[in-house]
Design a protein around this ligand. Structure first.
Ligand code: MG
Ligand code: ZN
Length: 367
C-alpha cells in the first residue's frame, strides 16, 4: 500500500532539509579541519586547584586563559575509582581502561596499540618530553607495553626500539649499557647537563634523545630552570613543517601533591604554564597545530582555603583575602579533570567524557 501523498511530500521535504543542513555544516569548515601537528600536554596531578594557583598571582597572567575550548574528563581506571598515572596514561595513549600500574597493556595484560604506533604508521614524527625519567609511567605508556610501571629497564629498552623520534627528560640510569640498541636505531643520545638548546641543529632524518639526569629531573625549587620550556622549543624546531605528534609532561606537579608541598606544586605549575605558552605561541603562528592540555588525575586533594586569624578575644576567623594551600591526602583523588584545546579539531574536546575518549578523538583527527 502506498503512503498518502501528503506524508510522502513531508518525508521528502525532511530528507531535503537534512541534506541541506549537513552541507551547511560541512561548508563551515574550520571546526572540522584536521591538524597537521598535535601537541598533547599532560600536567601530572594537575586538578582545577593546581591550575587556580596561577590565577592567584598578583599580575594574574597565565597561558590557561588563552583557551576558549574546554571539556572535562572522568579519570577512573579499569581497576579502581581512583587512577594512578600508569592507568591514566594508558587511557590516553591506548584508549583502554586498565588496571593501576599497567603500561600500555589492557586489563588482561595484552599489549594495546598506542598513539605513537598509530601516528608513526602514517609517517608522523613523534616525540616525548618529561621532567621525570623518560621511562616513568606517563611517557612510558606512549611507547612501551609491560605489566608493571616498575619495569623501567625493560621500558628503556622498548623506548630505543620504538617509533619515537625525539625525547628529552631524565632516566640515564635506565639506558646505560644499551649502546647496541642506540646504534641499531641510529640514536643521537646526549647526556650532558649543560645544554645550549638554541644552538642545536637537527637533521630531520635522525632520532634525538636527551637524558639529563639519572632518574627524575631536579625540582624547580632546586634549580631545574627552563629545561621543559627549552626542550619544548627545541622539539618544535625539530618537528616544524612536518606531520607530528608530541606529548609533553609536567611530571612533578604530581610529586608536589604527594609531598603536600604547596611551593613545590606552584613552581611546577609556573614551569608547565610557561611551556603551554610556548606551544600556544607556536600554534598561533602555525595555524595547523592542535594543542590539548589536560591531566591524568588530581593529586593531594589540594584546596585553596582562607587563612585563619585570631582576634583579640581569641576567636578565630577566616581571612578571605589570604589564600593558603591545604592538602587532604598524600595520594590521588577522583575529581573530574579539565581539558583545554586550541587549533584545528579543538571543538572535539568539549563536553564531559571518559579519559579514554582522548585517544579516539586524536585518532579521528589523524590525517
Ligand atoms: Mg607522570
Ligand atoms: Zn602520583
Amino acid at each position: 500500500m502506498k503512503a498518502p501523498i501528503l506524508i510522502r511530500i513531508l518525508v521528502l521535504s525532511i530528507v531535503i532539509q537534512f541534506t541541506a543542513c549537513n552541507s551547511t555544516k560541512q561548508s563551515l569548515g574550520s571546526t572540522s579541519k584536521k591538524p597537521k601537528r598535535i601537541i598533547f600536554l599532560i600536567g601530572d596531578g594537575m586538578g582545577l586547584s593546581q591550575i587556580s594557583t596561577l590565577f592567584l598571582q598578583k599580575d594574574n597572567t597565565n597561558n590557561f586563559k588563552r583557551f576558549k575550548t574546554i571539556g572535562f574528563i572522568n579519570t577512573s581506571s579499569g581497576s579502581h575509582k581512583i587512577t594512578d598515572s600508569a592507568a591514566g596514561a594508558t587511557a590516553f595513549a591506548c584508549g583502554k581502561k586498565t588496571y593501576n600500574g599497567a603500561i600500555g597493556v589492557d586489563i588482561d595484560t595484552n599489549a594495546s596499540v598506542n598513539l605513537i604506533e598509530k601516528f608513526s604508521e602514517k609517517d608522523y614524527v613523534t616525540g616525548l618530553i618529561a621532567t621525570s625519567s623518560i621511562t616513568h609511567a606517563t611517557p612510558a605508556c606512549f611507547y612501551a607495553h609491560t605489566k608493571h610501571r616498575r619495569n623501567e629497564f625493560d621500558i628503556a629498552k622498548q623506548l630505543l626500539l620504538s617509533d619515537v623520534d625525539f625525547f628529552a627528560g631524565g632516566g640515564r640510569d635506565f639506558l646505560r649499557e644499551m649502546n647496541a640498541e642506540m646504534q641499531l636505531y641510529n640514536w643521537n643520545i646526549d647526556t650532558s647537563n649543560t645544554q645550549n638548546w638554541e644552538s642545536i641543529t637537527f637533521n630531520p632524518e635522525h632520532k634525538y634523545g636527551y637524558l639529563l639526569s639519572g632518574k627524575g629531573m631536579t625540582t624547580m625549587v632546586n634549580g631545574r630552570g627552563d629545561f621543559l620550556y627549552n626542550a619544548t622549543n627545541a622539539s618544535l624546531r625539530y618537528l616544524d613543517k612536518r606531520k607530528s605528534f608530541m606529548m609533553i609532561e609536567g611530571s612533578q606537579i604530581d610529586w608536589g601533591g604527594h609531598a603536600n608541598d604547596y611551593e613545590y606544586v606552584f613552581t611546577e605549575m609556573e614551569d608547565f604554564d610557561k611551556t603551554v605558552g610556548a606551544v600556544l605561541d607556536y600554534a598561533e603562528k602555525d595555524g595547523n597545530t592542535l594543542v590539548v592540555v589536560t591531566a591524568d588525575h588530581e593529586t593531594g586533594g589540594l584546596a585553596l582555603r582562607p587563612a585563619s586569624y585570631q582576634d583579640a578575644d581569641g576567636i578565630s576567623h577566616n581571612d578571605y583575602d589570604a589564600v593558603e594551600g591545604s592538602f587532604n591526602t598524600g595520594g590521588h583523588t577522583a575529581a573530574l579533570i579539565p581539558v583545554f584545546a586550541y587549533g584545528p579539531g579543538a571543538s572535539e574536546f568539549q563536553g564531559f567524557y571518559e579519559n579514554t575518549e582522548i585517544f579516539n578523538k586524536f585518532l579521528k583527527l589523524l590525517k
